[in-house]
Design a protein around this ligand. Structure first.
Ligand code: XUL
Length: 679
């Protein structure tokens, strides 16, 4: 490892605070640190990082726990050594961050005073220093569904209801969005609301703590679109919505507009707080690149996307992400400002049932077969794909289909309550038209028809969950892709699918999902560890782009660091680094115990990702997409070879004519099934 500069990307998600250290020359991840909230802070008694009240459907996280987690994170970071036994922390030149979207943090009028204490050396810890800086020690979480009446108020406030609100703010009203959450606080806890002087998103909260100079950091242009309050085209707070809070909102002192502060459209950098430099050994020249952004916007930064390309992030939530030059909002999906490029947008669909729903099936299999990890799940998945099973049946029974609905949590898309249901369908002629008829189903444990004989649980659920998640994604993706920039030759197929997020390390699941989505040019994922860490990695790339963008690229006003690698202290570009990512990329993925930090050593498989030297003298500006395209070799293509079993850990995929678009006939059937779900 050379002595090149390092960039830290942080990801404050629901369950953990993660950081990846990326070397700018090669874009290789050198190290990763995780603080796991349940594992590291059992005293808070959270369940996967949050408190859930099943009755009120409120979900929130304790802000105190996050403060403790930040300290623990930097403590772990300070223990890392490079190959010369030098502390890695001293080589970190820039930090940026990405955090769960929609969550909010409520500061009181003394916050500035408390935050200033981070500007000098102190023996106290973050919890002691900042505990009293908040008007509320809870942060509503994106899984919260308690704001139905506030959502109705939001949609009624604008002309055109849900569609009208989507036109203005990029989304119809959603329970988890910050605006309805704040309105609920104002209505149900007026004294807390009144004593709040500023409201941060989780992203601006983390940036505020790291800069620790007394200033509450502004909101990010992309993350602000997750609030149902920001008028994307006018670039101001939506008047009709702010009037729900204050009648005379523009003139009201301490009103909602003052509490929200400004939305920052540009990037800049300020020094890390003295607190972190003194306590954990960061150089005082280390810069924090702000604003921090949301986890999904940062994920979009992890890979250059072309027309028709899509990122599918398989994390706690499942999100489907595209980038577009056109502002084409719809109540069916979300549009956010692109986190960096001023003239781009990102489209998103978000499902609440992602990895937890898949893990439930994995656990049921392990219980039945006395196995553990994903091996049984993977084996069944591979065997069924190899046998050409589609919707529960083989080639000779294509007039029959099984559709499973796996929503252990209330779902966002479609908006229905938690339920797990199984449906058996048969196709027959009715009025000389082929139609699907329900032959049996299970609702809340009640069987109807002959469903019991047809469904084999949990085995059928393995491919069943992937198929129904895939069909839902495929349908919503087609709406998003065809909205304005329709794809040539195809109504609904994406061009390329890039899988990222924890589950993307599981090749079998990616291949099975890819079989449903049938992308025209194949499926990919980021190489090595990057694929699991796409969000934190995207945050690191944001910092790298800020530091290394060509001099003329507008990126920030009044930034304290000039652009260009020379001034940013970044070593000469072009020298390829050989770094091992610690494990074979493409392995079937059991999450490792990742709570301890580790440095990837240089033994074993090497990965080389390097780029040609950048011409700093180049006068032209460079979009983020073009910037990231300079780094070749950062993705791997996923292919299935039908002769290999999953346990060989080598699975490749080749589309054959006979394979083509196996699932197109079932998209409408899936939608027909969705109509049967209980609201
Ligand atoms: C996006 C959403 C989730 C969270 C997960 O709208 O609610 O993807 O961002 O942290």
């Amino acid at each position: 490892m050379s002595n090149s500069s390092l960039f830290l990307g942080l990801d404050l998600s629901t369950q953990q605070l993660k950081g990846v250290i990326v070397e700018s020359v090669s874009l290789v991840t050198i190290s990763k640190i995780i603080v796991d909230f349940d594992h590291d802070f059992p005293k808070y008694k959270t369940t996967k990082g949050v408190y859930v009240d099943q009755k009120s459907m409120e979900v929130h996280a304790p802000v105190d726990m996050w403060l403790e987690a930040i300290d623990l994170f930097f403590l772990r970071l300070s223990c890392l050594k490079d190959e010369n036994n030098e502390p890695l922390v001293t080589r970190i030149k820039f930090i940026s961050g990405a955090c769960q979207q929609h969550g909010s943090v409520f500061w009181n009028s003394e916050a500035t005073q408390h935050l200033r204490k981070l500007s000098s050396k102190t023996e106290m810890n973050l919890l002691e220093l900042l505990h009293d800086a908040f008007s509320w020690n809870k942060s509503p979480n994106w899984q919260d569904r308690s704001t139905q009446s506030q959502c109705e108020a939001f949609e009624n406030a604008v002309e055109g209801g849900a569609e009208g609100l989507a036109q203005i703010t990029g989304s119809k009203a959603h329970h988890r969005f910050t605006g309805p959450q704040i309105l609920k606080l104002k209505q149900n806890n007026p004294s807390i609301y009144e004593s709040t002087s500023r409201i941060s998103l989780v992203s601006s909260f983390l940036a505020t703590v790291l800069t620790g100079n007394g200033k509450i950091q502004e909101l990010d242009r992309s993350d602000a679109c997750g609030m149902n309050m920001w008028d994307i085209q006018k670039k101001e707070w939506c008047k009709e919505i702010t009037e729900l809070f204050d009648k005379d909102c523009l003139n009201s002192d301490g009103g909602i507009i003052a509490k929200l502060g400004r939305v920052k459209e540009t990037q800049s950098a300020e020094p890390i707080a003295v607190y972190f430099a003194e306590k954990y050994g960061l150089k005082s020249s280390c810069q924090v690149v702000t604003p921090f952004t949301g986890d999904n916007p940062a994920t979009v930064l992890a890979q250059a996307l072309g027309h028709g390309d899509v990122i599918i992030s398989l994390g706690t939530s499942t999100t489907v992400l595209v980038v577009s030059k056109t502002y084409a909002p719809s109540s069916q999906y979300h549009i956010f400002n692109h986190p960096i490029d001023q003239d781009s947008y990102m489209g998103m669909v978000c499902y609440s049932n992602g990895s937890l729903a898949r893990e439930k099936i994995r656990d049921a299999l392990n219980l039945k077969y006395f196995t553990n990890g994903w091996f049984k799940f993977d084996d069944i998945l591979q065997a069924r794909m190899k046998d050409g099973i589609v919707m529960g049946y083989g080639k000779n029974h294509l007039n029959q289909a099984k559709v499973g609905i796996y929503f252990p949590m209330a779902e966002i898309v479609p908006p229905v309550k938690a339920q797990t249901n199984y449906y058996s369908w048969r196709q027959s002629y009715s009025n000389s038209k082929k139609e699907w008829h329900l032959s049996g189903y299970t609702h809340e444990g009640k069987d109807r028809g002959d469903i019991d004989e047809e469904w084999h649980h949990p085995e059928d659920d393995v491919l069943g969950i992937i198929e129904s998640q895939g069909l839902s994604i495929r349908e919503r993706l087609s709406t998003m892709l065809s909205s304005k920039e329709s794809l040539e030759g195809s109504r609904d197929q994406p061009r390329r699918v890039y899988f990222v997020g924890g589950t993307s390390a599981n090749t079998g699941i990616c291949l099975a999902l890819g079989r449903v989505l049938n992308p025209l040019e194949g499926m990919f994922r980021l190489t090595g560890e990057r694929t699991r860490d796409a969000c934190a990695y995207g945050a690191a790339l944001k910092a790298i782009y800020y530091a290394e963008r060509p001099t003329n690229t507008p990126c920030g006003l009044g930034s304290e660091v000039s652009a260009g690698s020379a001034k940013a202290g970044v070593s000469a570009v072009g020298a390829a680094q050989l770094i091992n990512l610690g494990e074979k990329s493409g392995d079937f993925g059991n999450e490792k115990n990742t709570t301890q930090p580790h440095i990837f050593s240089n033994k074993g498989k090497h990965e080389m990702v390097h780029r040609p030297p950048m011409h700093k003298s180049d006068e032209s500006s460079m979009s983020y997409n073009d910037f990231i395209k300079q780094y070749p070799g950062a993705v791997e293509r996923l292919q299935e070879d039908k002769n290999l079993r999953s346990s060989d850990h080598k699975v490749s995929y080749e589309r054959t004519t006979e394979d083509q678009d196996l699932y197109a006939p079932y998209i409408d059937l899936y939608l027909q099934t969705e109509k049967l779900l209980q609201k």
